[in-house]
Design a protein around this ligand. Structure first.
Ligand code: MN3
Length: 203
């Protein structure tokens, strides 16, 4: 069964003014769609066909550039649309709030660390908040379409929040002002979704 481009559970203009509708439309309909189609082509007829995207990435041969780039692109963007969902966003609370405060001291300090990881990722890539099975969390970043599920990326755990810092994610509205885009993104985070992902990892 092939991977499918997920439908957004909200309209392209639902995350304005932080992310503009035209950027959302191109990003979802062209970029994410392209990763999805190329991933399907890359795994067709291999042992990876029929596996979950998580299994494919966790066991990936990193020299397989087509699956590394397009499998990463497929997974990363699925997470991105989920965590900027404007519906029932909630506020940071519960066990995730405790874990973030234990690691960073406060939500503000976490946001600073996350924004720094996003700002200092040279060129194209992603910044993440990852959770480990022992309940700890960490911020990190990765290049291109890599992500922490892949072997040897250097930040561990499972991503529960991720920001795309490729220029295609923000250039129409923000041009070179990546920092302003990151600030806008942090206004959009759906903490209810992120918390559910965190809790699911704790068994
Ligand atoms: Mn992108």
């Amino acid at each position: 069964m092939a991977f499918e481009l997920p439908k957004l559970p909200y309209a392209y203009d639902a995350v304005e003014p932080h992310i503009d509708a035209r950027t959302m439309e191109i990003h979802h309909g062209k970029h994410h769609n392209g990763y999805t189609n190329k991933l399907n082509a890359a795994i067709e007829g291999t042992d990876m066909a029929g596996q979950s995207i998580e299994d494919i990435l966790t066991n990936l041969d990193m020299s397989n550039g087509a699956v590394r780039n397009n499998g990463g692109g497929y997974y990363n963007h699925c997470l991105y649309w989920e965590v900027i969902n404007p519906e029932n966003k909630g506020v940071l609370s519960g066990a995730l709030k405790d874990a973030i405060e234990k690691a960073y001291g406060s939500k503000d300090a976490f946001e600073e660390a996350f924004a720094k990881a996003a700002a200092t990722r040279f060129g194209s890539g992603w910044a993440w908040l990852c959770a480990h099975a022992d309940g700890t969390v960490e911020v990190c970043s990765s290049a291109n379409q890599d992500n922490p599920l892949m072997p040897g990326i250097g930040c561990g755990g499972t991503p529960i929040l991720g920001i795309d810092v490729w220029e295609h994610a923000y250039y129409l509205n923000y041009q070179n002002r990546r920092g302003d885009y990151v600030k806008g993104f942090l206004q959009l985070v759906n903490w209810n979704v992120v918390e559910k992902k965190y809790e699911a990892l704790q068994g």
